[in-house]
Design a protein around this ligand. Structure first.
Ligand SMILES: *Cc1c(COP(=O)(O)O)cnc(C)c1O
Length: 405
């Protein structure tokens, strides 16, 4: 008789957002007259912008024409998109990245989940706490995290870097040496950022101890302050220690269309001189048959003048929501952070409520859905995440309801 992969059975509970959906559905069923406003999950609501739609239509037409039809895409991505990314993202920042260091994918969730495959099975990982759950769970699935302690909700072989009010939600360098360090800035869930000099310290540290930083920059487009780095390659020495993961989901609304990319400089080598770039190329070649041509054309259009203008308008729309949430909650006496360089607002639960108690309280009394901070890790306990991805009208209504509680 077959046996399932035992490492999967070690995962505690189900995926955070399935648990939330269950609770919200039960509440909706019991209260069919109540209008529930969802500021929980990190999904966009604005439609794809006109420049992207135009590119999609024209790519669809190409696919219906014998002369321009495309079959399998190159598994590392079309050069038109890889070259555009090098020009418009990295050259624009003064970063030295080549097209063959850019790998196009179907999004940052799969890349950030799959990237652990190219490290040894005993690689020691370090994560922020709270954290985007994908980083830890995929390492659990790979059998790399040791044993789980339900009391502390920590894995024995994972290095946790608490991000709390005390350190401004910025992790401190770990005392135990990791092999792989996951960083995400602007951060999901806290909405926090670090400065360029803080990020430089991480790059220097990784180079010193021989670790690799996996830098998730999914929210780069939301940065509004000048001192916040848009890419880890703005830091000196990042080419020998940093992988950067990016997505078209949050900056251009591709959550349902799927497109992302990962940058792996050829200068990242292990002791024997093996490059992570070659391993990732090998992995893509074996397990991935390329992002669709149509979607890659749509991604290219995001970088056009029109595309940039239109997607910036969408980001401004969400950030107007973020401002309303931030200011409204402050007025209501909440302790809040984030929401300036990120579409996430991180608040302290009032009256020492646990994250889940506050979740129930908000759902029952304001009919507003948010995300319990403890779902992102033990240091998220006592915190709660609201997102700016709703419509402006719903956001205003939700915050006005909370103010009245
Ligand atoms: C949303 C999100 C992603 C996933 O992006 P996709 O490209 O849609 O898969 C990756 N990382 C973080 C931190 C996110 O919040």
């Amino acid at each position: 008789m077959f046996k399932v992969n035992n490492d999967y059975l070690k995962l505690p509970g189900s995926y955070l957002f399935s648990n939330i959906a269950k609770k919200v559905n039960a509440f909706a069923e019991a209260n069919p007259d109540k209008k529930i406003i969802r500021l929980g999950i990190g999904d966009v609501t604005q439609p794809l912008c006109p420049a992207v739609i135009k590119a999609l239509h024209s790519a669809v037409d190409e696919m219906g024409n014998a002369e321009t039809f495309k079959g399998y895409a190159p598994d590392l991505g079309y050069s038109f998109l890889r070259d555009t990314i090098v020009e418009k993202v990295y050259k624009a920042l003064g970063a030295d990245i080549k097209a063959d260091e850019v790998f196009i994918s179907d999004g940052a969730k799969s890349d950030s989940g799959n990237i652990q495959e190219i490290f040894s099975s005993d690689a020691k990982i370090a994560v922020c706490d709270p954290v985007y759950p994908v980083y830890v769970d995929t390492n659990v699935m790979a059998g790399r995290t040791g044993t789980y302690d339900p009391a502390t909700e920590l894995w024995s072989d994972v290095i946790y870097m608490p991000c709390t009010a005390a350190n401004g939600y910025a992790p401190e360098l770990p005392t135990e040496t990791p092999d792989v360090i996951y960083l995400c800035f602007p951060n999901n869930p806290t909405g926090a950022t670090i400065t360029k000099s803080q990020l430089q310290e991480w790059v220097d540290y990784a180079n010193k101890v021989g670790a690799v930083i996996i830098y998730d920059a999914a929210y780069e487009a939301y940065i509004s302050e000048p001192d916040v780095p848009h890419s880890i390659y703005e830091c000196e020495g990042a080419r020998t220690c940093a992988i950067e993961i990016r997505s078209f989901s949050k900056n251009a609304g591709f959550t349902g269309t799927r497109l992302g990319y990962t940058v792996i400089p050829k200068d990242i080598k292990d002791e024997e001189g093996n490059t992570l770039n070659a391993l990732w190329a090998r992995r893509h070649g074996t397990k991935f048959n390329g992002a669709p041509y149509i979607i890659q054309k749509a991604g290219e259009a995001v970088f056009s003048e029109e595309g940039q203008k239109e997607t910036n308008e969408q980001i401004a729309y969400y950030m107007k929501n973020a401002k309303y949430i931030l200011e409204g909650l402050k007025e209501a006496g909440y302790t809040v952070s984030g929401g300036v360089n990120a579409p996430y607002i991180w608040l302290k639960t009032p009256d020492n409520m646990t994250s889940w108690e506050f979740f129930d309280y908000l759902l029952e009394n304001a009919n507003v859905v948010g995300t319990p901070g403890s779902g992102f890790g033990p240091s998220g306990e006592g915190h709660f995440r609201l997102t700016a991805f709703g419509s402006y009208e719903n956001t205003v209504e939700a915050i006005d309801r909370i103010k009245k509680l």
